[in-house]
Write a protein that binds this ligand. Structure first.
Ligand SMILES: NC(=O)c1ccc[n+]([C@@H]2O[C@H](COP(=O)([O-])OP(=O)(O)OC[C@H]3O[C@@H](n4cnc5c(N)ncnc54)[C@H](O)[C@@H]3O)[C@@H](O)[C@H]2O)c1
Ligand SMILES: [Zn+2]
Length: 368
């Protein structure tokens, strides 16, 4: 097959590129080397064997050129993270998907499109009340977070609830990024059905691994914490650090992409991609300290991010039924990440410089 990977210079896209080449496919990358993700320019991992177009998915002509002669499209280009942007997410993450389908319908008959969606389409997640069973509660009100009452409470009895892996059914994105990804996903699946363009959307969990940008202070917890630790500064932790995340290794995410590309049964469906294993942020920091051989004391200031989720792990049963399963544990994945980052020698940390702006724009808020 001949595959186009938009965002193929990034974390997930570049691993899809590698896997495609390994399997003998031809690969073209369309990536604008967005800032600050690629602060130092073209990354060293773009393979010689792939055709690289430096271009923008927001430019119709760039997309048109990139689609020429392609069988598969892996549409990964997007900006993520907790930032103050609103409209940018829709112009960068959603609108290009609509243009992509116009071009495919009118000029470039492809065999399949796989679009990157996100766990950010979910509200808080799925929870368990010891008395009333499972539920999908609404977001924690910001007044609750100001009081440092971090956990979810049962809507019926008020008791504290524990997190459960969430399936694909309950979508209600509260944040601009999640909304843009949901819009992207809905456009793709519905336009795909309408014009008979086989399409799959993958909702990735928190993905980490080698090649996560070392320069972007707004997204990528693994790189943000690592660059702090390696510069002898404490990772800054929101809430109380006991929130859980489903850390999923980037190669497992790339494998999910190839699998749904190959399987016809996947067409027109949405799949979660994640391990189902929850790791708290504090535990994640402890594991990072271990791979760097350092004692790490995180900094907890009682700050929080309105719209953040408390416990979000993924139920990927639907994808597992197709034959996918994660192969890399968090311990192994962090070892691989550390081997990669340590090859770069000294690295700056960019989080400190972004902190004030995050507070000024109320992305990060201080509890009372
Ligand atoms: N990493 C995660 O935890 C995660 C979780 C859920 C979903 N996702 C989604 O996965 C996809 C890939 O994310 P990633 O983690 O690899 O991020 P990344 O920032 O490492 O890669 C994104 C790539 O897209 C490129 N890009 C951005 N805007 C572009 C534009 N307008 N034109 C061309 N290229 C553009 C960037 O230069 C970058 O190389 C995104 O769609 C993201 O929303 C990521
Ligand atoms: Zn209850």
């Amino acid at each position: 097959m001949k595959a186009l990977v938009t965002g193929g210079a990034g974390l997930i896209g570049s691993h899809i590129v590698d896997l495609l080449l390994e399997k003998g496919h031809q690969v073209r990358i369309l990536d604008n080397l967005a800032q600050p993700t690629h602060l130092k320019g073209r990354p060293d991992w773009i393979p010689e064997d792939a055709e690289f177009i430096q271009g923008d998915v927001r430019e119709r002509d760039d997309l048109d050129r990139a689609l020429d002669g392609v069988d598969w499209v892996f549409h990964q280009a997007a900006d993520g993270g907790f930032t103050s942007a609103i409209s940018h997410y829709f112009t960068n993450n959603s609108l290009p998907t609509a243009v992509l389908y116009e071009l495919i319908r009118d000029r470039h008959p492809v065999k399949k499109v796989i679009v990157a969606s996100s766990q950010a389409v979910y509200p808080e997640g799925k929870y368990l009340c010891p008395e009333h069973g499972p539920c999908y509660p609404p977001r924690r009100p910001v007044e609750q977070l100001y009081r440092r009452d971090w956990e979810l409470h049962c809507p019926q009895c008020g008791r504290e609830m524990s997190g459960l892996p969430i399936d694909e059914s309950h979508v209600d994105p509260p944040m601009p990024y999640g909304l843009s990804k949901y819009w992207n996903e809905m456009l793709a699946i519905n336009l795909g059905k309408l014009y008979e363009i086989p399409t799959v959307a993958l909702r990735y969990s928190l993905t980490y691994g080698p090649r996560q940008s070392l320069f972007n202070p707004y997204t990528g917890i693994c790189s943000i914490f690592s660059t702090r630790i390696l510069n002898n500064r404490p990772p800054v932790v929101y809430e109380d650090g006991c929130q859980t995340r489903d850390f999923t290794f980037v190669e497992d995410v790339a494998r999910a992409n190839l699998l749904v590309a190959e399987k016809e049964e996947a067409n027109y469906q949405v799949f979660n991609v994640g391990t189902g294993v929850g790791t708290t942020v504090l535990e994640f920091i402890r594991l990072l300290g271990k791979v760097y051989g350092r004692e790490v004391q995180p900094e907890l200031r009682g700050e929080f991010r309105p719209g953040d989720t408390r416990h979000l792990t993924t139920d990927a049963s639907r994808l597992r039924a197709l034959g996918w399963q994660p192969q890399v544990s968090v311990e192994q994945g962090l070892q691989r990440y550390a081997e990669w980052i340590l090859r770069y020698g000294s690295i700056e940390e960019y989080f400190s410089a972004a902190e004030q702006q995050l507070k000024n724009t109320r992305v990060v808020v201080q509890s009372r």
